[in-house]
Design a protein around this ligand. Sequence first.
Ligand SMILES: [Zn+2]
Length: 165
Amino acid sequence: MDEIKTDTLCPNCGDCLYYIEYTTEIAYEGKITIHTYHCKSCYYKNVTVDRHDKENPKIIKLKVTNKNDLKTIVYRSPDAYVRIPEIDAEIAPGIASNGYITTVEGIIVSIKDKLSLMGTGEEINYLRQRIDGILSGAEEKVTIVIDDDTGKSKINSSKVEIIDK
Ligand SMILES: [Zn+2]
């Protein structure tokens, strides 16, 4: 991993940035290159990731109808949107977010966690109750929709419906 001094100036303190390029293979994503610009004066850092193995953009859907579906393993790529249309919920890709391996239950719990940041209004409480109902595996059927332009995301279930975009 060679470090190269660049002419690019640090947006934070104005010193020269250093650049490191690193290529590796990781599970699910295949070959990736990580580009890092960093500043030695103020520790500013900018990281971008290139994916070499492109797949077709796709939408993956899973109907969650029982408790077993909640345990389904999900890989969400860093560029994917996750939506649950029935409760109007969406998880957007974060800035420089890493992909992660979770379960359907994990996705629903993370949506519930986000709700707690939105206060305790009547509507929020109602939504929280509905999510608890979904997590109990019986009360409400929902659909997990992963919208992924990199096509890397996976839901590990035979019930999955895959739509090419
Ligand atoms: Zn700096």
